[in-house]
Design a protein around this ligand. Structure first.
Ligand code: ADP
Ligand code: MG
Length: 840
């Protein structure tokens, strides 16, 4: 029997004490979740949960009463180290119920009241060091109402709440794309049918909330701004908020409003493209190296990193806004001293959005209040720079600046320069801020003086020159006398403790003193709590303004990042064409270039008129996929307002980027490769417009050659003739080059390779015209495939080339080849070798 079974089967006997009655009550409330039971500076787990957690975290298992026959196992986690342990438990799929002491005073049964203050899941985990970077922890919720489907998302650590409903009612593809752009860590589906349809996606099924958003008063703070929403969107939001509310007691103060996201004004990138173009680091596949976000992220703060992540996944399609971003980037570039000053401020303001989130979730946090004070102070300095009046004339910062300045003033007056992480460690409130607190503190300090006086007096009256008055938490105040001097101790001293080398005594006067000091200490502490709560309330009441400031900081940081990366990597700011044409000189693939040794990436030029359909041929490894992705990435960067990897670029503004990249298993969504391939193709044909950039990489590969080629041919024709999207189609079906005879916007391009001295060279140069040779057999030869097989392959290929079945298609549909001509010797040969005959 392994420990796991032991943990679940063994019934531990809990001592019949008030503490354990309280513990068991909370365990019941926690349900399946692990109960982190707060005891002093630790969270304790007991019984089965202690056994389990000590095993998975590798912690020491102790017990409360070793001498009993069946001691209750326990396992402690230091309250300060939640950040170390929670992420590991959560990623293993556990939920953790955090219980805290909720009253400062003992109750009648000698116990502190404790309650579960929140339950930590994947999306409600805020103690995670990885959040320091550009990471987000979105929980999303999909609901359906009649025909409509809507989705909401919440990043609790920053308070970003958003909702989306596709323009075409019930368009599940659009929902899934939007969801992918949020990289959710927790997915809720509040509908049976959808839950079944999306069974390949790891999600939690739940029932939709029937409480209207406006009635979620116990959870939403007073100033929450309710947008006007459709019923489905409203339900998506209220269901998600109700879920989060079920995990946290009390109001979620930093939820100040909802962003209603639309596809209008943004460049829509489907989920396949997010993956194929490596836009953001792959959370599952850590082996992959490099993403567009990592290349672009030179930001000084996590606020900037997160803003960049949002921009990468949702670039703009509105020319004015793109040009505004470009304009600021240009200014930063031209004015390095200004840019440096901005960078310095951003480097020291901290992540005020997350700090606010922590305060909103956990309340009284002295260090975080200090963080808000310093961060907002920096933000105000930045916002007041005169340059913005020209660059962002109608920005809404001004109103907030005044209120926030007042808040900073208040915080600066109240808090010590470096507040401790939690209360009670060291003073949090400055001397001179509050008369009442000063009074208690004064008594404490005066007390120290009194103590010195008593010490001096006793030393003189007893003649013991080593006599000391000391204090520790366990024993309180005592007079300490070394063993050698004990004979001089007067008879009215009470002995308190005997240690090796010293004796400890006390006096009624000292006991009285101790009590008074303890009292004023506790009063001082209570007063500090009250003042801190007041400051916390003040900060939370300005959540919306603080979040707006964070938005401003993030935006400036992201733009500064553009300026820095542009300079570092020699990018240019593109201009935009009116006629939908694309023209790039020396374009590069940003991620591949960053990965290669400098100077080894081969740049390529691009010149495509609106609606051009490029048929890109060339052998494997020639660089077809890289080239096509390069164009898509340059387009995305441009529409983010970023500089692009090229010497010059004039680009269209596109509404969508749709990519289809060959043979890729969606094991997650539980579909076969070819089905997925065709679904994505269907989607391209349905959603693409004349303003869309379409990338097709080896479409048709997932099925038999002629099937695939026929589909590829028909798809190309359809896009060229009817949709007119700018399209790049990399294909190993050379025969498709004949399409150029059918339509004038078809363009043949190819990437050649050279064979010299028994080696293949890949110059990665795109040139016009089609490649007539695939080099597959050459590669096979170089790789050491036996000569006899190479010869046979060459003969089969010659035979095939003589047949030229696809010449027929390009000549006109009326002369399609006979179905039988698909039975090439290659396939006969294969079939025969696969199926040995029975008679043999
Ligand atoms: P294909 O799609 O034609 O099979 P890929 O685009 O996958 O080829 O490119 C193969 C490899 O060649 C890539 O891994 C990449 O590192 C390298 N490569 C492609 N294009 C270039 C280039 N322009 N300069 C340098 N290396 C390149
Ligand atoms: Mg390829």
């Amino acid at each position: 029997m392994d420990t796991e079974e032991m943990a679940s089967q063994k019934r531990w006997v809990y001592p019949d004490t008030p503490l354990f009655r309280q513990y068991q009550g909370l365990r019941e409330k926690a349900g399946e979740a692990l109960l982190f039971f707060r005891l002093g500076d630790f969270y304790e787990l007991f019984g089965d949960q202690a056994v389990e957690v000590s095993r998975v975290l590798g912690l020491t298992l102790t017990s409360r009463d070793r001498n009993k026959s069946n001691p209750l196992p326990m396992c402690g986690i230091p309250a300060r180290s939640l950040e170390l342990y929670l992420p590991r438990l959560v990623s293993l799929g556990y939920r953790i119920a955090i219980s805290e002491q909720t009253q400062p005073d003992l109750e009648s049964d000698g116990m502190f009241a404790r309650e579960i203050v929140r339950i930590v899941t994947r999306s409600t985990l805020i103690e995670d060091p990885s959040l320091e970077g550009g990471q987000t922890k979105n929980g999303v919720c999909i609901v359906r109402m009649d025909e409509s489907v809507a989705i909401s998302s919440l990043d609790l650590s920053s308070g970003h709440l958003a909702v989306f409903e596709p323009q075409n009612k019930g368009d599940l593809d659009a929902i899934l794309d939007w969801m992918a752009s949020k990289s959710p860590v927790e997915i809720l589906i509040a509908d049976n049918e959808l839950s079944v349809a999306l069974s390949g996606i790891d999600h939690q099924r739940m029932s939709p909330s029937e409480i209207p958003l406006t009635e979620l008063l116990d959870v939403l703070p007073q100033g929450f701004e309710f947008p006007v929403l459709s019923p489905a969107s409203e339900r998506a939001l209220s269901t998600l908020i109700s879920y989060v509310a079920s995990l946290k007691a009390g109001i979620i103060h930093h939820l100040t409003g909802v962003t209603v996201e639309k596809t209008v004004g943004t460049l829509v990138i489907d989920r396949a493209s997010i993956r194929h173009l490596d836009l953001v680091p792959d959370q599952e596949d850590r082996k992959k190296n490099g993403s567009l976000l990592e290349v672009l992220d030179q930001s000084r703060s996590s606020l900037g990193s997160r803003m960049l992540r949002r921009w990468v996944l949702a670039p703009l399609s509105d020319r004015e806004t793109i040009l505004l971003r470009q304009w600021i980037v240009k200014r930063m570039d031209e004015n390095p001293r200004w840019a440096d000053r901005i960078g310095d401020i951003l480097g020291s303001t901290g992540d005020i959005e997350r700090i606010l989130g922590r305060i909103g979730m956990k309340g009284r946090l002295p260090r975080d209040l200090g963080g808000i004070r310093d961060g907002i102070q920096g933000a105000i300095e930045l916002a007041k720079m005169p340059e913005w009046t020209e660059l962002l004339p109608d920005h809404k910062r001004d109103a907030s600046i005044e209120i926030l300045s007042a808040m900073v003033l208040r915080l600066s007056g109240a808090l010590v320069d470096d507040p401790p992480v939690s209360c009670g460690e060291s003073p949090v409130i400055r001397d001179g801020f509050d008369a009442e607190l000063d009074g208690y503190r004064h008594f404490e300090r005066e007390g120290d003086q009194d103590l010195l006086k008593i010490e001096e007096r006793e030393r003189r009256s007893t003649g013991i020159d080593t006599l000391r008055i000391r204090y520790n938490q366990v024993a309180g105040y005592y007079i300490e006398v070394t063993k050698g001097q004990v004979s001089k101790v007067p008879s009215h001293y009470f002995r308190k403790q005997t240690l090796t080398g010293v004796e400890r005594y006390t006096l009624p006067e000292l006991m009285d003193f101790e009590q008074r000091i303890a009292e004023s200490r506790s009063r001082a502490q209570q007063r500090e709590f009250a003042l801190l709560d007041e400051l916390t309330t003040l900060v939370l009441s300005l959540s919306a303004q603080i979040q707006r400031m964070a938005e401003f900081l993030g935006t400036v940081d992201a733009l500064l990042s553009f300026a820095r990366v542009g300079k570092k990597r020699q990018y240019v700011l593109p201009s935009f064409s009116m006629d939908g044409a694309m023209s790039i000189t020396n374009g590069r693939h940003p991620i591949v270039e960053a990965r290669l040794m400098s100077g080894t990436f081969m740049p390529n030029d691009t010149n495509l008129g609106s609606g051009t359909f490029v048929l890109l041929t060339g052998p494997n490894m020639a660089g077809k996929s890289t080239y096509m992705r390069q164009l898509a990435l340059i387009q995305i960067m441009a529409q983010m307002g970023a500089p692009v990897p090229a010497d010059s670029a004039v680009l269209p503004i596109v509404d969508r980027i749709l990519t289809r990249v060959g043979a890729n298993d969606h094991i997650l969504e539980g579909e076969s490769t070819f089905m997925v391939e065709m679904k994505e193709v269907a989607r391209v044909l349905r959603d693409a417009t004349s303003k869309t950039l379409v990338i097709l990489d080896e479409v048709g590969r997932g099925t038999a050659t002629f099937d695939g080629m026929a589909i590829a041919w028909a798809v190309s024709e359809y896009i060229h003739d009817h949709i007119r999207s700018m399209t790049l189609f990399a294909t190993h079906y050379h025969e498709l080059h004949a399409l150029t005879e059918k339509g004038q916007r078809f363009l043949n391009q190819s990437v050649a390779v050279r064979i010299e001295g028994g080696k293949i060279f890949f110059p990665h140069r795109i040139s016009s015209g089609h490649s007539s040779k695939s080099y597959g057999i050459d590669v096979a030869k170089l790789a050491g495939v036996p000569e006899v097989v190479i010869e046979r392959a060459t003969r089969i290929l010659e035979h095939w080339n003589r047949q030229k079945p696809f010449k027929a298609i390009s000549d006109g549909l009326s002369q399609l080849p006979e179905k039988d001509s698909g039975a090439l010797p290659l396939f006969n040969w294969k079939v025969r070798s696969d199926k040995p005959t029975q008679s043999s």
